[in-house]
Ligand binder design. Structure first.
Ligand SMILES: [Zn+2]
Ligand SMILES: [Zn+2]
Length: 79
């Protein structure tokens, strides 16, 4: 499967949230739907549908805030 290099924000809760894809690393396999080698009209259910784990995560911004998912979770709690 193919991998991505991303740029993103590191939040205070420890989560990294990608905001931009820098580069796609093509695995060059015809059995991977994300590869440019994959035939456009292939309907096989055996082909990889998803990107693998990010190859490289570049932190372009750090913040002490919670990430959007966690602020939703903690935001619902009254303090
Ligand atoms: Zn691939
Ligand atoms: Zn396919």
């Amino acid at each position: 499967m193919c991998n991505l290099e991303t740029e993103g924000i590191k939040y205070g809760c420890g989560h990294y949230v990608p905001v931009r894809v820098v580069r796609k690393i093509d695995c060059m396999r015809p059995t991977c739907t994300k590869s440019s080698r994959h035939p456009p009209h292939c309907n096989s259910s055996h082909c990889d549908l998803y990107f693998g784990p990010a190859r490289k995560e570049t932190i372009i911004q750090r913040t002490d805030a919670f990430c959007p998912d966690d602020s939703k979770y903690y935001g619902s709690r009254v303090r």
